[in-house]
Design a protein around this ligand. Sequence first.
Ligand SMILES: [Zn+2]
Length: 224
Amino acid sequence: MIRVERKRTDKAQKAIEALEKVRKTDSGYNTPEVNAALREMFHGKCYICENKEATSYQIEHLAAHRGNLNLKYDWQNLFWACAHCNNTKLDRFEPILDCTKEDIEAAIAFRKKGYFGTDEELLFEPLDDREATLNTGQLLREVYYGTTPQKKIEAAILRKQLRKEIAEFKRYVRDYKEAEDEEKEDLKCLLKRELGDASPFAAFKRWLIRDNKESYPELYQYFS
Ligand SMILES: [Zn+2]
């Protein structure tokens, strides 16, 4: 989970207008305009797990609407989540951090300890003691480890995708360290993209650099 700016783009404007229309008859927020705007805004990633390759994405309400039309059709309350995360969160986590309003990485440290296999562990360490921070950390743990037999299988697939992405990222960083001249510049561009908002699992990648910022001050600059 990373901070995402809720920009007033053309797509967002169209989504807001569509929401005003459907709200009048309570005919559902799942319109093409809302889907297109959310997908663009969240860089095609689930806002919770940051997976970009899930097979199913849904519109998620940060604050559960429970029939309240204001919450149900409020553009500010709509988020882009994969089905796995949406079905894990449900209405069980309130309050939770709003990634469109605050710097999630300043509130939670995303770390992967050990190797995938028996001693692998993903950590979501709260950096303050607010209820929203603790709840968000708990949600992330449940998303990455699963709460039911089916969700445990989905979580294992998610962890596998994360492992692949992180392994690739680490390889780029190692190559960058050893590269010279032109190759170094090319890898710098690639790493800039890898550490950008649109990159899958960006919170984990950035925390890896944060934890090693003395070794990679120039890479740390890309997102700090
Ligand atoms: Zn997700």
